[in-house]
Every structure is written in C-alpha cells, then in structure tokens.
Write a protein that binds this ligand. Structure first.
Ligand code: ASP
Length: 422
C-alpha cells in the first residue's frame, strides 16, 4: 500500500475513533485520559521529536550543498547568481500569495478559545526563542539576530534562522575555496544529507501510526469542527497554488524568459504529470531535464545546472504550502501572530523552500520546526498529513514547473546556444 494511502487510512481511523469518543464519552472520562496519556500522546510526541531531531542535520546539509552545487564561483557565478535571485524573488511571491489568502479567508478560525488555550500553553513553552527575542529586539534587532554570534548556541536554542544563515555563508565559503580538503568537506555534507534522507524516509514510514494518534487526540477534543476547517484549508492552499502556477509562472516566462506561457506549459506537460504522480521533485528530475532540452529547447548547460539545484533548492510550491499551513494551524489553535511574526514565518518559509528535501512529504520536518518556532502546537501536523496527498502532488507540480520556469528565465541572456536536440 502506498504511503499516502496508509496516511489517509491512519487519518480516517484516528478521526473516526476520535469522533466516536467525542460524541459518546466526553473528554473527561477516565479511560480516555488513560488512553491519551499512555498511548496516543506519547506515540504522537515521539514521532514529532524524531522529526525535530533530524531538522538541523537535514536543513544544514541541504543548504550547504544547495549553495555548493553552484560550482566554482568564477564560471558559474553568473548563472548561480541569477538562479539564486530568481529563487528568492519567486519564492517570496509564492509565500506572500499564500499568506494573503489565509489571512483573507481565515480557514482555521472559530475554535473554542478555552480548548485552544490549553493546547497553546504547552506549545508556547516549547517554542523556540527566536520569535520572543526578536520581538523584544524590535525591527532592526531582528535583522542583527539573523547573524549568529555562536552557531552552536544558536542550534541549541533552536534558532533555525541563524543556523540557516550560517549554512548559507558556509556554503559560499565552500564554493570559494578549492582545496582537496574542501572537496572532502563537500563529500562529508553529501554523506550527512544522504543519511538524513534515509532516516527521514524511515520516520515517514511511521507517520501513518502517528497520524492516527495525533488525529484521534484532536478529533476527541474538537469534534466535527475539524473537518469543516480542514476543507477550508485545502481549498485555500489549492487556490493559492493555482494563482501562483497560472499567473506568476506565466508572467515569469513571458516577461523575463521571452517564451509564450502556452508553449511553456505545453512543453512542460510530461514533467508536470510526473511530478503530480510521484510527489517528488527528485524523482521528476530526469523527466524535467529531458523536457527542458527536447521540448523547451533550453541550452543544456544552463538547464542541467538550474534544474539539478532547483530540484532541492527552488521549491515555490513547498514554500507557499508551508506558509499557508503554519498560519492555518495558528488560526486553528487560536495563536495570534503579529505582523512581525508573520514576516518571520515568511522568511523561514523562503529558506524552508530551499532546505526542504524533494521527496514525498519532505515538508514535514520543516513545518514541525516552524510551528515550534512561533508557538503553534506541532501536533497539528497530524491533521495536515491526513489530507496531504492532494496537496503534496500539487505543490510538487509547482516545484518542478517553477524549476523549468527558472531555467527558461536564466537561459535568456546567459549567452548560451539553445539545445539543438529536435
Ligand atoms: N514533495 C515535495 C517535492 O518533492 C516536497 C514537499 O513535501 O513539499 O517537491
């Protein structure tokens, strides 16, 4: 049975039993307390902690390699620079579209504030220090704190932004230094990344059981409300993705790439179908490379470079989805996020898009981490995972199409001849 099917099954089992308990037993019954305290809560917690445990090695190695893949600074600086600027700009647009729509429709609103409050107080205790300290520091202090004075302390304090910043700088240093030693360092980080991926795959295999437990807890507490809100969330996420896909990509390829959007989407078809069915940018990479050269006729050197990096580093759909999800969960649990906090979420989502692995449900650890940062209970992930299939397929389509759009834009003016493969 496929992972997504098992996740759905876990979700349905958790939901059905949770709702039965909600209607029949009431939240105070003794056996329910025992069940949640000794079974469903610990199982859910262990799963979340396994995800948290892998965040730092995964994101750090992904970011270092993402920058290091830019190759040697002189020959690739131009293509690398353009790719980076494109990634940051278009990811920002994606996240902003998502955040505006969630604020507009507020799909998570309306939960009983008392129930929500009891959940938040736990999460607030676990929340990372970054948001609290950046609020104390005010606007400029927040920027200063992006630069860690001690990277080990930043990692220990779960100050992920500072860790990400260090990873980026480290990656740049790695590209700029060409010695036998640095080649080994790069290999080392490739190894760390590969190991993290194996472990994430392992943890994700446990997800169906954790989802059943997490959703059971939430359904027993919130009842039917849950389903209505989830439907709203899926609707808003899909709408935001559709806008980004049809509007932003069309503008990017037309204005900045000089290609007709119709020709672009038609040429990309094969990669789009592959992304939709596999839910994995990495798995779609070979198809994307083929499409870029044979259908879109892009210069191979540029498209190979942009697409290979993009499969991990340029994930517009994922960045958008992460923003929508964290804000939805914040609304659901009644956590008010100030503008500054929303900006922090946006910033982390942009970097999160770069640091997310291009595998099915690769966003999971990143969402768990961002939730923790802003004081939203990461348990909400159980809810999201149950309905993640369609969203994962859709955001992967955005990720892959976004890489192809980037390749079109970066190819223009790169001075390279287009592919001559017919
Ligand atoms: N499945 C996505 C991809 O491979 C990553 C994610 O979970 O957002 O592009």
């Amino acid at each position: 049975m496929s992972l997504h099917l098992r996740l759905l099954l876990g979700f349905l089992i958790g939901l059905a039993t949770g709702l039965v308990v909600h209607v029949g037993a009431g939240a105070d019954s003794g056996w329910l307390q025992v069940l949640t305290t000794y079974v469903t809560q610990p199982v859910g917690q262990i799963f979340l902690r396994l995800l948290f445990m892998l965040v730092i090695p995964l994101i750090f190695s992904a970011l270092v390699l993402g920058v290091a893949e830019m190759g040697d600074i002189r020959s690739l600086g131009r293509i690398g620079g353009r790719t980076l600027v494109y990634t940051v700009v278009v990811s920002t647009i994606a996240v902003v579209i998502g955040l505006v729509l969630v604020n507009l429709f507020r799909p998570g609103d309306g939960i009983d504030p008392q129930v929500a409050q009891s959940l938040i107080s736990d999460a607030a205790e676990r929340a990372g220090t970054i948001v609290a300290s950046s609020q104390q520091a005010g606007g400029i202090g927040m920027i200063v704190q992006i630069v860690p004075d001690n990277v080990i302390r930043a990692a220990a304090a779960n100050d992920i932004i500072a860790v990400m910043f260090f990873a980026l700088i480290f990656g740049i240093g790695l590209v700029a230094t060409d010695t036998p030693g640095t080649a080994r360092v790069k290999e080392f980080f490739q190894g760390v990344f590969d190991i993290s991926m194996t472990l994430i795959h392992g943890v994700i295999r446990l997800a169906p059981y954790a989802v059943a437990c997490l959703v059971f807890n939430l359904a027993a507490q919130f009842g039917w409300d849950l389903l209505v809100k989830l439907a709203g969330y899926v609707g808003v996420a899909l709408l935001a993705m559709a806008i980004h896909f049809f509007v932003v990509y069309s503008i990017a390829v037309r204005w900045f790439g000089g290609m007709s959007p119709l020709a672009f989407f038609r040429g990309s078809q094969e990669a789009i179908v592959m992304a939709f069915t596999s839910s994995s940018s990495n798995a779609t990479l070979p198809t994307a490379l083929k499409v870029a050269e044979e259908e879109l006729k892009l210069p191979p050197r540029v498209s190979r470079f942009v697409l290979t990096i993009g499969a991990t580093a340029n994930q517009n759909g994922t960045a958008l989805f992460e923003g929508v999800t964290v804000l939805f969960l914040a609304q659901f649990f009644g956590v008010e996020l100030s503008l500054l906090q929303q900006l922090t979420v946006m910033f982390v989502c942009i970097l999160g898009g770069i640091g997310t692995a291009g595998i099915p449900s690769g966003s999971l650890p990143v969402i768990a981490m961002i939730c923790g940062m802003v004081g939203v209970p990461p348990e909400g992930i159980g809810l999201i995972l149950g309905v993640d299939r369609l969203l994962d397929m859709s955001r992967t389509v955005l990720n892959v199409t976004g890489d192809l759009a980037a390749a079109v834009v970066v190819s223009r003016g790169s001075g390279e001849a287009p592919s001559d493969t017919a």
